[in-house]
Design a binder for this molecule. Structure first.
Ligand SMILES: [Fe+2]
Length: 289
């Protein structure tokens, strides 16, 4: 079996993990980039590419060819660098077909139908539930793991799962479920889909928020470790208890600082709105959230 190599890149500003996945046995040296970050300063509405450029430099140093640029979901806390990476390195940008639910919810709120295709065609590919595909000589498939958002997807690449915000490291627990279309019930069910994988499978998380003063950011655990140790979702916790705790955790949570520009741009693979007089814009609905 070909084994996925994984290199993680941590963005301390948004606590996001970006991954490059490749195989040593692939003669064409193809790779995937998962959940990249375009740095965005909200007060100045200015983008920079420090985070994405670190990924691009690594890919070039390893002489890898980007085959896929994958998104686990429409992020609400950072803007994806998918379009920027495609421009620099090529590759197909892909996400779950459930993004169509996100587009139909949010485009009317933003009034961005003019430059956000309703069929998700800014993406090169929309994955069906359980679709199988390959990254180099690695076998990959997706499973739908909603809860944090209705469109969350887990990519299972050989014995390694990239779960986005479906579940976090054992001492952190699970992702918030209070965004539109989020569901604590679905989040629990999605964790059980992951727990159906073999115990030795590796899990790479989309964010890490280490409890204050405990450890630095980490990114990997295993299915077995999650089943026994996840503070919110271990196998001894029933659905009702999880849902009650998740709802309590989500009560009065702050809206992420970059939620509005992130969702708006991420539905277009990280592009801002169509340029007017050479300038792109973000539309912010007032008194809507
Ligand atoms: Fe997220």
């Amino acid at each position: 079996m070909a084994a996925p190599n994984v290199r993680g890149f941590f963005d301390p500003v948004t606590a996001t993990w970006t991954y490059v996945v490749w195989s040593d046995t692939d003669t064409q040296k193809r790779c995937a980039v998962i959940d990249s970050v375009l740095d965005y300063d909200m007060p100045s509405s200015r983008t920079t590419t420090t985070s994405a450029d670190a990924v691009i430099t690594f890919v070039r140093q390893k002489q890898l060819q980007v085959e896929w640029i994958l998104e686990t979901h429409i992020h609400a806390d950072h803007i994806t660098a998918a379009s920027y990476i495609k421009e620099k390195l090529g590759g197909k940008i892909a996400i779950s077909k459930h993004i169509l639910d996100i587009i139909s919810t949010w485009v009317p709120i933003f009034q961005t139908a003019d430059d956000t295709p309703a069929d998700g065609s800014d993406f090169d590919h929309l994955f069906d539930n359980d679709e199988e595909f390959t990254i180099a000589d690695l076998k990959a498939r997706i499973i739908h793991t909603p809860g944090h958002t209705p469109a969350d997807t887990t990519y299972i690449i050989e014995d390694t799962a990239f779960v986005g915000d479906t579940i976090f490291l054992p001492d952190v627990g699970s992702g918030r479920c209070d965004f539109p279309g989020g569901s604590a019930e679905d989040s629990y069910d999605s964790s059980r889909k992951l727990f159906a994988l073999p115990d030795h499978y590796r899990i790479y998380v989309g964010h890490d928020y280490p409890p204050e003063g405990t450890r630095g950011p980490e990114c990997m655990t295993t299915v077995g470790e999650q089943k026994s140790k996840n503070t919110r979702l271990h196998t001894g916790i029933d659905k009702n208890s999880f849902v009650a705790q998740r709802k309590a955790d989500d009560t009065d949570k702050d809206v992420p600082a970059l939620l509005l520009p992130s969702i708006q741009a991420n539905m277009r693979t990280g592009r801002f709105g169509a340029a007017v007089n050479g300038i792109q814009y973000v539309k912010l609905p007032v008194n809507k959230l």
